[in-house]
Design a protein around this ligand. Structure first.
Ligand SMILES: Cc1ncc(COP(=O)(O)O)c(C=O)c1O
Length: 440
């Protein structure tokens, strides 16, 4: 249960803020109850206004690979903040960070900075359409690319009876207020299914500006790609002259220094990054090969933004990259080992629970717990059919009462940061075991 100060803030907040918060994923829609209002963070801990501490496995939806209030980030913010917050001019640090990124990512010759994953994706889709002169976008069931009208389709788990035939998914916009014209050129395909993709490409490939995918499905828990699947997707995209667009908003600077592209040996035509890139500040980017990125020059394909390449965010991005890449990428090794260790511990606890059927799926620093009777969740349809989301929310809220913070939505995931410890893993495993014992 939220403490008295959170309760009081919620009372006040809901009078002046929609749902008392600024995103449905932070309020009663996600928690089913009063959200906990946080006051500060330090290392792997979040502290709420009632003075309770939580081991944070949400890490601002993955934005904090260095954890909370990392001393170097606090220092650079104090130093650079005193020199001015935002200029909206060309900056030295902008060039420096772009150089670091281009050196790190073999598939990226040039970058363009934005603020959020959604904005970067909007720019990337427009660029893909501008570059190819084509209109169609091929996207996958259960994949989220931000809240832009054209791609906000089939990103929520719906009852299996609404999904239609797997060869021809029924397109379901996830919000009111989205006109049909916005998504008439968006084709939705089943993910992790080569045949479904081959059929879709045969039908639409020649009109497709891009095929867009998350490298690991990270908005339906954590669902890894089947071996070779993404490589085949890249091949098919090239074969039909569509751009292969890898959305690394979640996986970039997370699963490896080079994200899913590195992990699965891909060379996407366009990529977007966000979340971890900014180390906690709003920072996102579009990247790609010269001849594609050239489409943005002189506003041929327009991409603007008052807050693009914010100097404070760029300074923090630079610190994040330096810290994670130091000592031959030790930071990336650390978050990977910690994430895998946490997932393994959860699996052990789950195995010993004779009260609940639970599995844990993960890739490197990302993992998610599913309440399900099946052994594996391999795609969106499995998720819709077999994952008990109500039970997961109950589980996550109970965990909060024991000082462990995981996002209460089964469609999201947990993440390690460099400041988590073996002790945090042991404490979390213990709390999970207790909750599984207590839960009805
Ligand atoms: C794969 C993916 N792309 C894009 C976005 C949108 O990013 P943002 O929330 O920064 O707009 C998200 C957000 O969760 C995401 O998971």
């Amino acid at each position: 249960m939220a403490g008295p100060r959170s309760e009081a803030l919620f009372e006040r907040g809901r009078k002046v803020l929609v749902e008392g918060v600024s995103s449905a994923s932070r309020g009663p829609a996600a928690f089913g109850t009063t959200p906990r209002y946080m006051s500060h963070g330090q290392g792997a801990r979040l502290y709420d206004v009632d003075g309770r501490a939580y081991i944070d496995w949400m890490m601002a939806f993955g934005a904090l690979p260095l954890g909370h209030a990392h001393p170097k980030i606090a220092e650079v913010l104090a130093r650079e903040g005193a020199r001015g917050s935002h200029f909206a001019t060309a900056l030295e640090v902008e060039v420096e960070v772009a150089e670091m990124l281009v050196n790190l990512l073999p598939h990226v010759d040039k970058v363009r900075f934005a603020n959020t994953g959604t904005e970067a994706a909007m720019g990337a889709f427009r660029l893909a359409r501008g570059h190819t002169g084509r209109r169609k976008i091929i996207k996958f069931e259960g994949h989220y690319h931000g809240w832009w009208d054209a791609v906000l389709l089939n990103t929520n788990p719906y009852p299996p009876t609404l999904l239609g035939h797997p060869n021809d998914p029924i397109r379901i916009p996830d919000s009111s207020g989205i006109p049909e014209e916005a998504w008439k050129d968006t084709i939705v395909v089943r993910w992790n299914d080569v045949e479904a993709l081959e059929c879709a490409m045969a039908l639409h490939g020649r009109d497709a500006a891009c095929v867009v995918t998350e490298g690991v499905m990270a908005n339906m828990g954590v669902i890894p790609p089947k071996p070779g699947y993404l490589n085949r997707m890249q091949e098919l995209s090239r074969q039909y002259g569509a751009l292969f667009y890898l959305d690394e908003t979640v996986t970039g600077f997370r699963l490896a220094a080079g994200g899913c592209a590195e992990l699965y040996g891909l060379s996407p035509d366009i990529v977007t990054y966000g979340k971890a890139l900014g180390g906690g500040l709003p920072m996102a980017m579009i990247g790609g090969r010269d001849e594609i990125m050239a489409g943005l020059e002189w506003g041929k394909v327009l991409h603007f933004g008052t807050h693009n390449a914010g100097r404070l965010a760029l300074h923090v991005t630079k610190v994040m990259l330096e810290e994670m890449l130091a000592d031959d990428q030790a930071g990336f090794r650390r978050i990977k080992n910690l994430g895998k260790a946490m997932a393994d511990e959860i699996r052990k606890v789950a195995k010993h629970s004779n009260r609940h059927a639970v599995i844990c799926q993960g890739v490197n620093s990302m993992f998610q717990i599913f309440f399900t009777e099946v052994e594996e969740i391999a795609d969106y349809r499995d998720f819709c059919r077999h994952v008990d989301r109500v039970k997961f929310r109950d589980f996550a809220v109970r965990l909060m009462d024991k000082g462990i913070y995981m996002n209460p939505s089964a469609t999201l995931h947990s993440l390690s940061s460099i400041v988590h410890t073996e002790d945090d893993i042991a404490l979390t495993a213990q709390a999970i075991a207790e909750v599984l014992e207590e839960m009805p």
